[in-house]
Ligand binder design. Sequence first.
Ligand SMILES: Cc1cc2nc3c(=O)[nH]c(=O)nc-3n(C[C@H](O)[C@H](O)[C@H](O)COP(=O)(O)OP(=O)(O)OC[C@H]3O[C@@H](n4cnc5c(N)ncnc54)[C@H](O)[C@@H]3O)c2cc1C
Length: 329
Amino acid sequence: MERIKKGALWVFCEVQENQLLPVGLQLLGRAKTLAEESNRPLYAVVLGKISKDSVKLLHASGAHEVICSVGSAFDEKLEQPYADSLIRLSEQFEPDILLVGATPFGRAFAPRVAAALGTGLTADCTELSIDAESGLLLQTRPAFGGNMMATIRTATSRPQMATVRPGVLPLPEPMEVSDREPITIEDDGQIGLVKLLKETAISRGADISQSKIIVAAGRGIGQKKNLKLVQALADKLGGQVGASRPLVDMGFCPYSSQIGQTGYSVAPDLLICCGISGAVQHLAGIGGAKTVIAINTDPKAPIFAVADYKIVGDCVSVLEHLLKALDEN
Ligand SMILES: Cc1cc2nc3c(=O)[nH]c(=O)nc-3n(C[C@H](O)[C@H](O)[C@H](O)COP(=O)(O)OP(=O)(O)OC[C@H]3O[C@@H](n4cnc5c(N)ncnc54)[C@H](O)[C@@H]3O)c2cc1C
């Protein structure tokens, strides 16, 4: 086990149906910079077996080593055996920083790990950096209902733990790497108190956090029937419909389309915001968008501060014009 150094930066990389979830790679991309800045080794930690290609992708995304804990306890994806295993690994190898993706599983399992290790956990960070003086992890996240950003440090307990939601950080460009074996650790952990009897897939539509093109509607869209225009534009562009929280609260759109602090974080190449004011809680979810087009009747709407292209006008008629123009071309 000499390959595993103490005081390293660990990224827990979640696997779903034999595939690495993108959030682990997104975390590795940022962690690579953090590791370089703080001179820490960077390890990807996977519970359960993964393919050679997945190991290579983790190395290509910045991991110096890939630690694979394997055993029958991971045959079923349950929080308790996963948490128990990561706790044992952390106690043995004492990582200095441990990052986890804030997926539904990560959100449930990371706090168990933090509590057992007697350390803190900053959930849903939107930014991670290293304090140049102390080398501590600076964990930034919205606080007080999203009205301010708080930067949190875990000064004394270890590991310094944080979760980041999928889509908040960009995917790293994979580097050229040669095939390397992971560090495999046999874990004879027990299944524990909970037994998985049945899994039922709940259809929630396509995952908006992965969408490359999003046409998002806010309260300025007016009546529910106007959402047809938003859907039509999304269909034409090969994208998905997103929504601000009021549209979800009013039952106009499903929660799976809500963007923002209490919805999904998105990082599309193109985001078209129709009648969205740009409240901080909404903006918290769109930081990863590459190009933002905003349509709003109010030239002072805060959404314009983050928009690359600004259209001051009624979004319903702008959408009608856009659809007509696309039909004609
Ligand atoms: C703890 C907490 C968590 C929250 N989480 C989220 C979240 O995850 N996501 C989220 O979205 N919100 C969230 N909110 C709510 C957030 O504060 C805002 O209330 C919400 O984002 C506003 O949505 P909106 O922009 O659609 O509506 P509004 O703020 O009402 O803005 C409507 C906009 O439409 C414009 N408009 C009006 N008519 C037209 C027209 N015809 N054409 C074009 N523009 C027009 C107006 O000028 C205005 O700018 C949260 C709030 C709290 C307190």
